[in-house]
Design a protein. Structure first.
Length: 373
């Protein structure tokens, strides 16, 4: 028989993720729709967004925060295209998105003097081998593998190179060492449950220094340009976006950020996500036919939680059938693992997910598994 209890919200997608509890369109301020983002009011709204983002994420005051086009992807590409080249580069990769940055660095920018530190799904590479004299490109959280970097102790405070980080599925869900970062990209549709096509880019003073002392040899697409006349294009980080952003999406992001503050800020968000991971870990420990893809408990992501089936680790049939069954039941949407990873289910455990919904989902996964088997 079907389990009697259903999750109150069946959205467990890893991006876009579910809206905050209690979200409603009527909660958003809509008076600026139809207005220019260059207007006094529109510009102030963008500045309000970057200011509140800085406050919630506890970004250092000396760092620069900008709204970018094209989600985390364009923010990350802008950093790579603008900053990489003058130093050797160490790529750290252990998921699909890390591999994308490796591809773009080697195949598109054709960077020389590079090293790749790679690990299979479920594991981290040896971070102690990263050279502090080199630039580093990495993802902080492996959205497709459920593995995250546990801390920044391996990054030297006296580093000569820059650290360029895709942190889109990490921020708002886990501690993050801003003082060890120089260029950080992320989007709203992960930790905030926000709308797509917008990204954020955060630059350290060291990154700005690089921008003004180094000119890349390749043509620079306009949407990636962070300098003008060899000077830092600071106006982008003061609300004057390169492209036209959606003021509706900005209002939605502000709503999520404000809700975060009402819950107790970033520490409360991190605790909510940790609680979700603990709930999954507890269920897995009692369920012999399923395992966490991330083997090391210290390197497990609390946001993108990936589950695999040890009896059939190479077979997509079981996770596909479970995901399809639960989708048809309206119990869990979009929980099939990423196609570039191992056969798996993937549950978003970020701070907008209620632990009670995860606990209600577990019996349904068991029910679907037994039907499939």
């Amino acid at each position: 028989m079907n389990p009697s209890l259903r999750p109150s919200n069946p959205c467990f997608s890893s991006g876009p993720t579910r809206k905050r509890p209690g979200w409603a369109l009527d909660n958003l301020a809509l008076s600026l729709l139809g207005r220019s983002h260059r207007s006094t009011e529109g510009l102030e709204k963008i500045r309000q967004l970057t200011s509140l983002t800085r406050e919630v994420l506890e970004i250092p005051e000396t760092y620069h925060v900008a709204l970018m086009a094209g989600s985390c992807t364009v923010a990350m590409e802008a950093a790579m295209w603008s900053l990489l080249g003058p130093k050797p580069i160490d790529f750290v990769t252990y998921d699909v998105f890390g591999q994308l940055w490796v591809h773009d660095g080697l195949k598109e920018l054709k960077l020389q003097n590079t090293r790749i530190f790679e690990a299979p799904p479920g594991f981290l590479p040896d971070l102690s081998q990263v050279n502090s004299a080199h630039d580093v490109v990495l993802t902080w959280n492996g959205t497709t593998t459920g593995v995250c970097i546990p801390d920044g102790e391996w990054i030297s405070s006296e580093r000569e190179g820059l650290v360029i980080c895709d942190a889109t599925s990490a921020l708002f869900s886990m501690p993050f060492p801003w003082e060890k970062m120089d260029a950080v990209s992320f989007s709203w549709q992960k930790g905030l449950g926000g709308e797509a096509a917008h990204g954020m880019l955060v630059l350290s003073p060291r990154a700005v220094q690089r921008l003004e002392s180094y000119t890349p040899p390749w043509p620079m697409p306009r949407v990636f340009r962070l300098t003008q006349g060899e000077k830092f294009l600071g106006q982008i980080f003061e609300g004057m976006t390169i492209n036209t952003p959606s003021l509706l999406c900005i209002e939605d992001a502000l709503d999520a950020l404000s809700w975060c503050q009402m819950q107790g800020g970033l520490p409360a968000f991190i605790e909510r996500s940790k609680k979700n991971l603990k709930a999954v870990e507890s269920w897995v420990s009692e369920t012999p036919w399923i395992e966490l893809l991330a083997r090391d408990p210290l390197a497990r992501s609390s946001s993108s939680i990936c589950l695999y089936f040890p009896e059939d680790p190479e077979d997509w049939a079981i996770p596909k059938a479970i995901a399809e069954t639960l989708d048809k039941e309206g119990v869990a949407f979009d929980i099939l693992g990423h196609g570039g990873s191992l056969p798996s289910l993937r549950l978003w455990g970020g701070p907008l997910v209620e632990t009670s919904d995860l606990k209600a989902l577990f019996p349904w996964i068991t029910w679907a598994y037994k039907r499939v088997k």
